[in-house]
Design a binder for this molecule. Structure first.
Ligand code: BEZ
Ligand code: FE
Length: 300
């Protein structure tokens, strides 16, 4: 029997967990224990603070429903989701377009629309065009790739927030043409606040953070033989472009609308963005966000 103190308890815990059969589980839990113990020692965690933390995590769990994943939101605001995305990108066989957060508003089964269609049922501002090409990393076009897009409207609301019956809007699925090209009409989305009415929102408020995400359009592209791409394009002139609450913005994903002479729909402002799809290296999902399978819209 050894006398345990705040330091030796770490080795004692690791020794007891040494029988873990699954090597990956062992690696993850060993590191978690080492870092958790070091964290408690660094901040000299008191019993009252430990209890407050347990209470906070309990509230996070209670805030989760079929359509709300407060733990993922916690991961997002702590920058953990962005770290996991960056690690995922580094593991690709080759580096394509950078990943960004899936977020909680992706929905399977949006309508497949013809190229050039609008994803907005009733736009109240002039439309813009998003267009470009999907290719592999050598620049070879990828015809018939599935391009799924979703975004907020011009007021910063997703369809599930804007429409009482949650019917699908501000989203659509497209197939690239024989040259790997895509284009569709939309409106410039407005940035919005992450949900602030739960424990994670309260934490963000207590930290003096604004809770906003800059204006963005989400994209999920699938092409056989290539790694699924989960990303988003961010409008560079948004006030919060440099302070996204969930750290989804990378410089390579920042865009602006302009009068592009090669826009497939003349007369509209447009954003051109070409996507690069790395070859499939593994079956790892790049979907860091709410499990879309768990999403149950209020009514369809
Ligand atoms: C989103 O972009 O939809 C999102 C991502 C993380 C938290 C909240 C919203
Ligand atoms: Fe979003």
């Amino acid at each position: 029997m050894i006398d345990l103190d705040e330091n030796t308890v770490t080795d004692a815990t690791l020794a007891q967990m040494a029988t873990t059969a699954d090597p990956r589980l062992k690696t993850i839990m060993d590191a978690a224990v080492r870092h958790l113990h070091a964290f408690a020692r660094e901040v000299d965690l008191t019993p009252a603070e430990w209890l407050t933390s347990i209470g906070f995590l309990t509230q996070v769990g209670k805030a989760c429903t079929d359509i709300r994943q407060e733990f993922i939101l916690l991961s997002d605001v702590l920058g953990l989701s962005a770290v996991v995305n960056a690690l995922h990108d580094k593991k690709a066989a080759e580096l394509g377009t950078q990943s960004s957060l899936l977020g909680p508003f992706f929905r399977e089964g949006a309508a497949e629309l013809p190229l050039g269609a609008s994803i907005i049922a009733n736009p109240s501002v002039p439309e813009i065009v998003l267009y470009g090409q999907v290719a592999d990393n050598d620049g070879t076009p990828l015809p018939h790739a599935l391009v799924q897009v979703w975004q907020t409207d011009e007021h910063g609301l997703y369809d599930v927030q804007a429409h009482a019956d949650a019917h699908m809007d501000m989203r659509g699925n497209f197939r690239t043409d024989a040259d790997g090209r895509y284009h569709f009409r939309t409106v410039r989305p407005l940035g919005y606040s992450i949900p602030m009415d739960g424990p994670v929102g309260k934490l963000v408020q207590n930290q003096g953070r604004h809770g906003m995400r800059p204006s963005h359009i989400h994209i999920l592209i699938t092409a056989p033989g290539h790694r699924e791409l989960v990303s988003a394009l961010y409008f560079g002139d948004d006030d919060h472009i440099g302070s996204d609450t969930v750290f989804g913005v990378s410089a390579s994903l920042v865009v602006s609308a302009a009068n592009n002479p090669d826009c497939p729909i003349p007369g509209l402002q447009s954003v051109r963005y070409d996507f690069r799809m790395p070859r499939a290296a593994d079956n790892d999902t790049g979907r860091v966000g709410a499990d879309p399978a768990s999403f149950q819209p209020a009514a369809e």
